[in-house]
Design a protein around this ligand. Structure first.
Ligand SMILES: Cc1cc2nc3c(=O)[nH]c(=O)nc-3n(C[C@H](O)[C@H](O)[C@H](O)COP(=O)(O)O)c2cc1C
Length: 240
């Protein structure tokens, strides 16, 4: 018999688990990988509108992420208002100009060179939607008391990953943008100081004819080490 997790949870529901055949598992795993491999960061967006229901469904998918102690320590600010987008663009460009011209060390600039990025951020105004991800360092109870959250950056980043995958699956392009520093986002969006802006996810349709950097992804054996239950068959047998 397998060892069971001690059942100390008071309120439980039965897990809705649909077991798949091995064939179905393989098909789904390969298809999902094929879909995700087609995701590329886009930096030129068309101003074409995107249905709000699509964005809402993707945000909901992002919010399904696991989180430390189930605190769900994220807030997504969805922006389509042109005046707010303009404000975000001009604040981001001020910070980015400082970064590219003064603060960035040469090795960082060298790493960015193949991507062709600079301090100009027109996509912050052109794309139909910006989604600013905030990580909630504390949860505020009804009386305004602070309750600590756990694994805040990890949890909010997983939620962001699911959001990016959901937007891609829905046929939208994304850009993960991290103006540095990002505190201006709290001021513009009226978010409390207990929230740390993590990333801006820019989304919409790519501009027609958009070109992207020709970069390669690591192969599986470059980022995976395998520690199998049984030694590989060709491994020498140990004599007793
Ligand atoms: C945490 C994070 C921050 C990033 N910040 C920026 C950014 O500020 N500006 C930008 O143009 N791209 C940014 N990117 C996008 C990366 O440059 C891009 O993901 C990488 O070059 C790989 O390309 P791909 O997404 O097309 O696979 C960021 C990506 C991540 C994950």
């Amino acid at each position: 018999m397998t060892e069971k997790t001690p059942n100390t949870i008071r309120n439980t529901i039965e897990l809705a688990f649909e077991e798949l055949s091995t064939e179905e598992m393989k098909t789904r795993a390969l298809d999902f990988n094929t879909l995700l491999q087609k995701r590329r960061t886009v930096r030129d967006f068309s101003p074409r509108k995107v249905p709000r229901e699509v964005i809402d469904a993707c945000l909901t998918a992002g919010g399904s992420a696991p989180s430390g102690a189930h605190r769900q320590p994220w807030h997504f600010a969805l922006i389509s208002d042109p005046s707010i987008k303009r404000e975000i663009r001009s604040a981001a460009e001020i910070e980015e100009k400082e970064f590219y011209e003064k603060r960035a060390p040469q090795d960082w600039l060298d790493a960015l060179a193949p991507l062709g990025t600079d301090s100009s951020k027109p996509f912050l105004e052109h794309a139909p939607f910006l989604i600013v991800i905030f990580a909630q360092k504390f949860k505020l109870d009804a009386l305004g008391n602070r309750q600590k959250n756990y694994y805040v950056t990890e949890s909010a980043s997983i939620a962001t990953g699911l959001l990016i995958a959901a937007l891609h699956n829905a046929g939208l392009a994304t850009l993960t943008h991290t103006p540095s520093p990002m505190k201006f986002l709290n001021t513009i969006l009226g978010r409390p100081v207990t929230e740390k802006p993590l990333m801006v996810i820019v989304t919409g349709y790519p501009e027609k004819g958009t070109r992207i950097p020709d970069i390669q992804r690591k192969a599986l054996n470059e980022f995976v080490s395998v520690h199998e239950e049984w030694p590989a068959i060709e491994a020498p047998m140990k004599l007793l």
